[in-house]
Design a binder for this molecule. Structure first.
Ligand code: PHE
Length: 568
């Protein structure tokens, strides 16, 4: 069997994972939630959610991905043969998120292109506020009749460009990704820093802005919604429960320490969220707005309120236009590596299960998702997007979280997973303690998530099982909400059914029946590693402190020597 591709270096993996994690969620969802849930109170709840649930589950997904060398469904099968459907649920959920994330990315491209308009409407706040609405022709409803069915050509072109970028970056696998993320991770951070510095200059309401962001409103801690939002955001932001980290983990080399990587990824992600918070809050306050003007969904904040702030920033229209350009271009660079990571997660899942060619699979999935994304370019698109976004994030993500944690905590040998997380931890390196990992995966994560889910359900019931009855048609909520959710959890069973009833499918099932278990894999890997050591010794390669030291005069680093007969 062909060897699975690996990240070219540890940094490549970390950057790719950070690129996936740091996205539009950090840029506006996070500040929006801070505004809604009591500023610093949300910050504190979010840190707790990250530490208690986010980091252990992130490390867990990467570890299972690496061990299984496969995308989510196959990876979950290594945990337990019956758990494959959980991997499919994560994959399908990611697929639905991908369909609309691409369109949000396209909005950012569109706004970057039309940002010159900020120079002409300097005094006209309303024009700036309605720029996005007019460009995409949003109706805020869900009916495709009349204006709801219109597709603005400019937006359609931007969606095409967005897909071009998404597909172009991931097409060649990890090698291309490694190159792309060097730019798409550092560029937005640099721009965020510039925008944050700008927020500090000439800002007579700086104190209010920072106070609103960092000082907790104590009464908010009693509000369950704060905790739901914090946990949902931790999942969303770390890109877990979305098949992505299994896939990215499957390309991680065995010499890397996952516990450390997961910490680095989480800290970087958090830092970017806080930085975005500073950018959004300082700009808003500078132009006379408060937290009450920021919406939690963030769409309105990023595309309606922020543009209004942009044109009020300075008296020089051209300068405002430049700020606008930098901001939206930054959003584009944030969005692209998150978007292609979702495509990768879905594509790895499908290609690994059905033993398909990876490139062709990626292309097919991009085309199908691209066609579906056209729905969100219509006038009714924002309504549909809002519905799908709400269900995929508020319900499906949480349920997948519960299932994954239960499977790993109770239906497999949890120690194996933790060992994989801590593999290669050096004496002074960070090691995930057993109490933290076990406590989270076995008890805290499933329990807290279950409580939150029940609470969500009760609220939904109170609202007549409607999300937004005032603006959205029942049919739209049923299709975009319920049916999408049911499809996610049914997908694993549909795949199984399809496999049982096709010839190729039966072959795949027969092959899977012979797959090694985690314990067998451990044994195999140990044997292989011992063998490699032997071979290296014979080739005069020294191993000191777990590092390979090549004593042959040679600049090339020694990669594990292939164990062939003729080498000896
Ligand atoms: N983590 C990304 C963000 O914060 C969002 C994301 C969602 C990425 C889904 C991939 C998949 O924006």
């Amino acid at each position: 069997m062909e060897k699975r591709e690996n990240w070219s270096s540890r940094l490549s993996f970390i950057l790719a994972a950070v690129g996936s994690a740091v996205g539009l969620g950090n840029a506006w969802r996070f500040p929006g939630l801070c505004a809604k849930d009591g500023g610093g109170a949300f910050l504190v709840a979010y840190i707790i959610a990250m530490v208690v649930i986010g980091v252990p589950l992130l490390a867990m997904e990467i570890a299972i991905g690496r061990k299984s060398q496969a995308g989510a469904p196959k990876a979950m099968r290594l945990i337990n043969k019956k758990a494959e459907f959980v991997g499919w649920a994560a994959t399908s959920n990611a697929f639905f998120i991908l369909t609309y994330y691409a369109v949000v990315f396209a909005w950012c491209i569109l706004m970057t292109i039309v940002s010159f308009k900020f120079a002409t409407s300097a005094s006209d706040v309303d024009t700036a506020g309605s720029l996005w609405m007019n460009e995409i022709g949003v109706t805020w409803g869900t009916s495709f009749k009349g204006a709801g069915g219109n597709i603005p050509v400019a937006l359609l072109v931007c969606v095409l460009i967005a897909w071009g970028f998404i597909y172009g970056c991931i097409r060649k696998g990890t090698s291309r990704v490694s190159k792309v993320v060097k730019y798409t991770v550092f560029l937005p951070v640099a721009m965020l820093v510039i925008l944050a510095i700008k927020g500090f200059i000439n800002n007579d309401r700086l104190g209010d802005a920072l106070g609103a962001l960092f000082i907790p409103k104590w009464e908010s801690f009693g509000d369950p919604k704060l905790w739901i939002d914090a946990i949902g955001q931790a999942f969303y932001s770390l890109s877990i429960m979305m098949a992505i980290m299994f896939a990215y983990g499957s390309y991680v080399s065995r010499s890397e320490t996952i516990a450390e990587d997961a910490m680095i990824i989480a800290v970087a992600d958090f830092a970017c969220s806080v930085l975005s918070g500073i950018v959004l809050f300082t700009t808003m306050y500078q132009t006379g707005r408060t937290v009450d003007d920021m919406s939690a969904s963030g769409i309105a904040t990023a595309f309606i309120i922020y543009p209004q702030s942009i044109v009020m920033l300075t008296n020089v229209p051209a300068l405002n236009a430049i700020f606008g350009f930098v901001f939206y271009f930054m959003l584009c660079t944030l969005a692209v590596d998150s978007a292609f990571s979702i495509l990768e997660g879905v594509s790895a899942a499908v290609a690994d299960k059905f033993l398909l060619d990876k490139k062709k699979t990626t292309k097919m999935i991009a085309i199908i998702a691209g066609l579906i994304s056209i729905v969100y370019t219509t006038g009714a698109g924002v309504g549909w997007l809002d519905i799908v976004d709400n269900w995929t994030n508020q319900y499906t993500l949480i349920i997948i979280g519960i299932l994954e944690a239960i499977c790993v905590g109770w239906f497999c040998n949890t120690k194996y997973v933790l060992d994989e997380v801590n593999l290669n931890t050096k004496a002074k390196g960070f090691k995930m303690p057993k109490w933290w990992f076990y406590g989270s995966v076995k008890y805290v994560a499933p329990a807290i998530l279950a409580v939150l889910l029940v609470w969500q359900m009760i609220n939904l019931g109170k609202a007549g099982f409607r999300y937004n009855a005032a603006d959205y048609a029942l049919a739209a909520e049923i299709i975009g909400g319920w049916i999408v959710t049911v499809l996610c959890f049914a997908s694993g069973f549909i795949v199984k059914f399809a496999c049982k009833h096709t010839k190729r499918g039966r072959t795949i099932l027969a092959l899977e029946a012979k797959e090694p278990t985690w314990a067998e894999l451990n044994e195999k890997q140990e044997l292989a590693e011992d063998f490699e050591m032997e071979v290296m010794k014979e080739e005069h390669v020294d191993v000191q402190d777990g590092k390979i030291v090549d004593d042959v005069v040679n600049d090339e680093p020694v990669v594990s020597a292939p164990a062939t007969e003729d080498k000896q």
